[in-house]
Design a protein around this ligand. Sequence first.
Ligand code: SD4
Length: 312
Amino acid sequence: MKYSMIGTWKMAFDGIIIGENILKNDGNVKTAIEESISHIEDNPSFNSVGFGSLPNIEGELELDAAFMDGNDLSFGAICSVKNIKNPIKVAHLLSERKRNCYLSSHGAEKFARLNKFEFKNMLNDIAIDRWNKEIKNNFDPDNLEAYDGHDTVCMIGLDSNKNMAVGVSTSGLFMKQSGRVGDSPVIGSGFYCDSLIGGAAATGVGEDIMKGCLSISIVNRMKMGEDVQTACENSIKDHIERFKNTNYTPGTMSVIALDKNGNFGAATNREEFPFVVASENLKTKILVCKNSNLKMEIFEPDEEWLKNYDYD
Ligand code: SD4
């Protein structure tokens, strides 16, 4: 395939249309990923990414993002940043550095300011209302779950010159503790990409995704010869099964992957996980990964399914 792109959740659709346009015209995958994710970050109707996303327990928005270039394995990441309009752009620029490429909080904000990235108040009324409602509930910080099935945006792409890249952006788990960082900006867990093999990315409960380093696990499986769909399924399955004889029930986790030839895969331990794909042979479309006892079926949702799907 000349080019290919995959993204998590239904919300990836609008972003991937932008990326597909770039890739179709022989554009670079890094531009495609940055533009696609920035578009999602800017859209306040998506609840868990960028502007108007999910506040932490103190009612503040702390965002995480990462970017990886599959050609030389360089990556950039930022975590717990406030009021940076497009965290993905900062992560992309950081990926061009050899050292100091993963920055947190004030250091990341300082870097963004010095490099003239745009700042804005990322909290909007919808996010504040959501927080106000939740703070009245008696919730258990040890049992935080991913937010009603719509979270982190992850995108992986392949361009016509066989370059691959991955990007992720999130506000992390709703009502997380201030300073808490999930898997999304953590290389190997939330994302990984090697243009010689393929890329993978994860969304869901970061603490549990990190325990299995799911993204590198998928890429390694592909390296050992598993096809992309099998690699996704086996990674999730093995990881979930690891908890069988423990007293711990892991939270929800979903993964996407793209191999170096542009074939895609997905897996989840949720009931259903929507994602978006586009390629030379496939116009941008939403697909759903359905899990029955950790066996995955991928189907194209009909109008009825889309009408009933109330989330990002
Ligand atoms: C985190 N993995 O911060 C992110 C949140 C997410 O679906 O993707 N939820 O743990």
